[in-house]
Design a protein around this ligand. Sequence first.
Ligand code: ATP
Ligand code: MG
Length: 579
Amino acid sequence: MKKREQLLPRVLKIVPEVKQGLSRSIIITTIYEAVKLIPVILIKLLVDSVVEASSTLSLVGWIIVGMFGVYLFSNIFDHYSDKWAHKQLLTYETNILKKAQKKLLELHMGYHEKHNTGLHVSKINRGASKLTELIWFVFNEFIPTIIQLILTSILLLYEEWTIAVVFFVFSSLIFIIINNTAKKVQPLRKIYLKKHEEAFGEMSQSLQNIGTVKDYAQENKEYRIYSNLLTQYKNASVKRNNYEMNKVFLRDFIINLGRIVTLLLASFFVLNGKVSPGSLILIYTLYEKAFISVFRLGKIYTHVGDSIESIHRLSDLLDKRVLIKDKKEPVRAKKLEGKIEFRNVSFSYTKKLQILRNINLTIEPKKVIALVGKSGGGKSSIIKLLMRQYDVTSGAVLVDGVDVKDYHSEDFRKRVAIVSQNVEIFNRSLKENIAFSKPKASLAEIKRAAKLAHAHEFIKEFPQKYNTMVGKNGVKLSGGQKQRLSIARALLSKPDILIFDEATSSLDSASERLIQKAIFSIAGKTTMILIAHRLSTIEHADEIIVLGKKKILEQGNYRQLLRKKGIFYEMVSLQKMRG
Ligand SMILES: Nc1ncnc2c1ncn2[C@@H]1O[C@H](COP(=O)(O)OP(=O)(O)OP(=O)(O)O)[C@@H](O)[C@H]1O
Ligand SMILES: [Mg+2]
């Protein structure tokens, strides 16, 4: 596996906006933390003034007023900075989410066909929330804590250097413990994160395929798989926590030891008259503050460790290269003539298996072409190349004499429509589903397309007609209804190239005939490619291409091919025999 970049550069690549806030935050925090130390010093003065009989009441009063002023300042500062931070974090989080969605939409089909959607959603969600949490931690904990630690250490050193030395010795011990713990915990953390992800992957898979789970009565098995993974997650997490807790115990013991040594030393100094009673309080308070800082830094360490993996995963996704993209100055085409050429095209999805070899094919504009061949022969793949969902391995696909790679892809895809084998329906209204190809279409236009696709008949039966919501993946529609909806969608945009990939396979013979009639009624207006298994549906095509063994085996119109008594003839005879 490729070695990952460091976390910080990756974070800054995802949210470069953070950089701007960093120096400002350091300056503001330094001032704020310095102001927060004033009461600590004031307490020392207060104690010493109270102890000394000579001090006046007004001095004590001023000290208290000063303290009140600082507290008030802190309150106001916290109030505004919390508000600002909340807004800022939400901006970061939404920006990350938008970036991820943009990336996913840009990524080529090949990527999406390989990866599970549910996993993406969890990866993006977790990555975005962990990253914003981390940013929050850096600004609200890490920077203030470091600054606090520096300021208190300086003050402690100034006030009583021997105590400062005690502090440095004990805090070094603590850092060693924290560092060791983090190293030991990392592998355990990886295990439980992985189990957690697997459990959620399983859960979403069971729900995505809930119909099959229920059909085969596999609810218990699915539940067991999920619950086993959760148990493994729990065990790994408990193991990690126990380990950490043991170290926390040791750490706290060392802090307490440090407290006692400090108190002993400071009391000794007071008794000897080396420092004042006020100083004892100041020293002790500084010591506590400094140790709290060390303690907080330890927590940040753990927190960063917890987030690192999720952030890296999100970053891996954002770094994915988009393989299919427009060139610098693409050819803009508002309209296509519709001539299609495959020039010596070879193609494979993976290095191991070639799908198409040296395909040469010319489709004249406005012709109706049928593509036939056995299942898995590469028909849909040819269409994917034409739509530039994939790039050819060698050769070229040209439309109107221009390589499809050279077109502005948005322009190009607007002029080509496909009714694909796997109809994709959005959980939106029927109207919106049809208008997907032309969002600005009027209702009249939508209806016209629906009528042509014979979808209007079933749509008007729904109480809410075109406003009916169709459910997840169009569950409220039958297979044939979905196909008709998809045909209406393709017809609406009046494309220059129209592709039907098994577009009527779910329809009964009568409906199929009706739609075939509708399809052929627009013949001559656009270039059409029909992919069909039922050969009777392509009788009227201008040309039939028989695909097999990675290449074109036969080519001609229906009658010519029958007369040839070759493969096509055999296919037709076989279908006729089966009725
Ligand atoms: N995304 C993919 N990744 C890897 N291999 C793929 C992918 N899509 C299709 N294939 C393989 O490519 C070959 C051709 O598939 P294709 O979908 O083009 O066939 P088809 O002629 O349309 O078949 P059918 O008539 O069943 O729809 C098949 O062997 C298939 O396994
Ligand atoms: Mg296919």
